[in-house]
Design a protein around this ligand. Structure first.
Ligand SMILES: [Zn+2]
Length: 143
């Protein structure tokens, strides 16, 4: 039997999903103008994409973030859906240890995340390397 509660919950989810799609579409449009940095290797690129989201979590999101089970990238902790791919399943909030940034390379060297990520999501909708590019290059080259 369907309870009123579950209908209400489903409505809220649909609403949240619509807002999310909206936001993602705007993001995709705004990033369309810029071209992603050149990385030859697909795995290296995906690893860099994962790293940049983990660094955000470490530096700006209070060592928290929501991990997507699909693309394995980390979205801001207040999001209900993945920012980068079209995974519309709810994501899980993760709290990282405070040494996340220091242990990052070790963490990834032993991780299958980049491979899984590529296997499941060939191409991300939103490229975090573009989205967070202001981070690494605050002085953008004028060329
Ligand atoms: Zn995702």
């Amino acid at each position: 039997m369907i309870s009123l509660q579950s209908i209400k919950k489903e409505c809220q989810r649909t609403q949240a999903l619509e807002q999310h799609r909206d936001k993602q579409a705007r993001l995709v449009a705004s990033l369309l103008a810029s071209s992603p940095p050149e990385v030859e290797d697909d795995r290296a690129r995906r690893e860099a994409q994962i790293v940049v989201t983990l660094l955000r979590a470490a530096r700006e999101w209070g060592h928290r973030g929501v991990e997507c089970s699909n693309c394995r990238l980390i979205s801001p902790p207040d999001l209900e859906f993945c920012l980068y791919c079209d995974n519309e399943e709810q994501v899980s909030l993760i709290t990282y240890s405070t040494d996340l940034e220091r242990t990052l390379s070790h963490r990834l060297r032993n991780s299958a995340a980049p491979d899984q990520s590529i296997r499941r999501v060939k191409r991300l909708l939103v490229d975090p390397l573009l989205l967070y590019s202001d981070e690494s290059s605050s002085e953008k080259k004028e060329s």
